[in-house]
Ligand binder design. Structure first.
Ligand SMILES: [Cu+2]
Length: 129
């Protein structure tokens, strides 16, 4: 699995863009998947939620997840994968992580940085189809 991080996006609008032409086959190799234009999801993060908290992407294809906080720093971990990044506090930019769901299914994500009383409720689901 390949994880890429940058600190470069400037807007926190919630949107889901399916970009480019994606391979229909979920059996596409990782190398093939990485040559495709990524799907992009922007997630707005605050105590104690991710918005959207559920979204659908294509299995076997890269999804670029852009995260921005409106308060303190948070974490974003996809359970069962090596994806775990820190989302900087408001005003310090965002973080982008690229993830290739290896197979169709539900991938739970959660905050990985203790951020207050509702921290354990900060969860969501990425659905790969
Ligand atoms: Cu937290």
């Amino acid at each position: 699995m390949v994880v890429l991080m940058t600190h470069m996006f400037t807007r926190f609008n919630v949107l889901l863009v399916l970009a480019g032409t994606l391979a229909a086959s979920t059996g596409a190799s990782l190398a093939t998947a990485l040559q495709e234009k990524p799907q992009v999801v922007e997630i707005f993060v605050e105590r104690f939620s991710f918005t959207p908290s559920e979204f659908r992407v294509k299995a076997g294809a890269p999804v670029e997840i852009r995260l921005r906080s409106d308060d303190t720093d948070h974490g974003f971990r996809i359970v069962g994968t090596d994806v775990n990044v820190t989302i900087p506090k408001r005003g310090k930019g965002g973080v982008t992580v690229t993830f290739v769901p290896p197979q169709p299914g539900r991938y739970v994500f959660e905050c990985s940085k203790l951020c207050g009383a509702g921290h354990s409720f900060m969860r969501g689901t990425l659905i790969a189809e």
